[in-house]
Ligand binder design. Structure first.
Ligand SMILES: [Ca+2]
Ligand SMILES: [Ca+2]
Length: 197
């Protein structure tokens, strides 16, 4: 029975290695228990320009949104042609979820060849606002109407934990089945060999 014992021990070692390895992979791919997820729903409703920073003619106005290091231009690859005291309906919405709160910087700019200039900027507060008017740091240049909805949820851990333990159990059951079949086949082989002698 020595060969069968070696085979079974080998299978058990392989299954232990496999199951511990697979559970490690599971854990590294999920957010840990107790963590939070921050859901942001940011809407820029409208933009009003008091000084278009362009003489003569309209300013080529765009909004720059900086979410951490991600820069977004509105309108994308374009601009609003705006004169003094013009208002545009922007109706731009961005929804995203991240594991920690972020700073959101809003800036209004005017495109000029080589050197475009700023109509001021400001950071959004880290709380909910609905259709609130924000003047830029140059309040005589521009204002925007913005809504921000932040919701915080717990990381759902029960589902991922169940999935990984189920996978492990299924693999153990499979390896046990292989071990039992191996013993059975070896016994058949051993008894058959003895009978032949
Ligand atoms: Ca200008
Ligand atoms: Ca210009």
């Amino acid at each position: 029975m020595r060969r069968a014992s070696i085979l079974i021990i080998g299978l058990i070692i392989i299954s232990i290695f496999w199951s511990s390895n697979s559970s490690t992979l599971h854990l590294s791919n999920i957010v840990m228990a107790g963590d939070k997820i921050y859901h942001y729903d940011l809407t820029i409703h409208s933009l009003t320009v008091f000084n278009d920073h362009d003489t003569p003619g309209n300013g080529e106005i765009f909004i720059k949104v900086l979410i951490d290091n991600d820069e977004i231009r509105i309108p994308k690859d374009s601009h609003y042609s705006m004169s003094d005291n013009d208002e545009v309906q922007v109706n731009w919405e961005q929804i995203f979820s991240i594991p920690s709160p972020v700073n959101i910087l809003i800036e209004v700019r005017e495109d000029d060849d080589g050197l475009d200039d700023s109509l001021g900027s400001f950071y959004l507060p880290n709380y909910n606002v609905t259709r609130k008017t924000f003047y830029t740091s140059n309040p005589s240049d521009a204002k925007l109407v913005i809504s921000l909805l932040i919701t915080i949820t717990d990381v759902p851990t029960t589902e991922t934990a169940n999935t990984s333990s189920e996978n492990t159990v299924e693999f153990w059951e499979f390896m046990l089945f292989i071990a039992v079949v191996s013993i059975f086949l070896y016994v058949v082989y051993y008894v058959g060999k003895k009978m032949m002698e």
